[in-house]
Design a protein around this ligand. Sequence first.
Ligand SMILES: Nc1ncnc2c1ncn2[C@@H]1O[C@H](COP(=O)(O)OP(=O)(O)OP(=O)(O)O)[C@@H](O)[C@H]1O
Ligand SMILES: [Mg+2]
Length: 241
Amino acid sequence: MSQALESKPKLIHLASNELDRIMGGIPVSSMNLLEGENDTGKSVLAQDIVWGALQSGFTVRYITSEMTAPALVSQMESLSWDVGPSYIRGDLRITALHVKGLNWDEGMARYFLTVISNFIKNKGSADVIIFDSLTYFATKSSPEDLLNFLSNLRNYVDERKSTVVVTVHPFAFDGNQLIRIRSICDGHILMKIKTLPSSEIVRSLEILKLRGASKASDNSATFKVVPDMGIKVLPYTAVKA
Ligand SMILES: Nc1ncnc2c1ncn2[C@@H]1O[C@H](COP(=O)(O)OP(=O)(O)OP(=O)(O)O)[C@@H](O)[C@H]1O
Ligand SMILES: [Mg+2]
């Protein structure tokens, strides 16, 4: 473990206090999977973790296949997480992968995964690595190459005591592959869109696995994404009403 990391906390607290209380934080040196279909809140939850990590002095590498670096900074700012200064200081490092429109085949996907893997281990290293999302690469690569990539990431977490968060859309995987991916990870959170009896559309997350979290008081939460605020957990009564 690096000297700098030794003096840092053992848990990453989420930006949302309510969610942090429910989940008990994200353990340092863990590999975590955020799984959910489109629009279920994977990126917002990943960004909540990023802001919590930055507030505790961790460095963060956010690898995104979904947006440009300025778009990610503005997206986080629109949720009250003022990451501009961290980005300028270099505590938040953003790698935007412009992958759409390339002429993909299995070989190209293998090449990309190898490059990303080496990048994370070397120049791209940080206390916290977010990979949002893996789906695009998963649909282009062979199951063996993908598992190989995740095993490499797993070794990186164990060797460097880094914390990794990977987002995936389950539709892109066959059942067996998902089971294997989940089993490589220490943490597994399943996110869904839900309609309340009042017909309001909200989002839910279910903690299926979270090794080493301090005191998860519950294993699920229902939340809304609120502009200028971030994740707002709904009280149980509001969800039932
Ligand atoms: N700044 C914001 N203000 C209000 N709502 C927001 C804001 N940012 C995101 N949202 C909402 O949060 C919800 C979840 O978005 P998010 O991008 O996290 O989903 P996702 O699971 O990552 O989707 P995808 O699979 O398409 O990447 C969306 O409905 C989105 O409109
Ligand atoms: Mg997303």
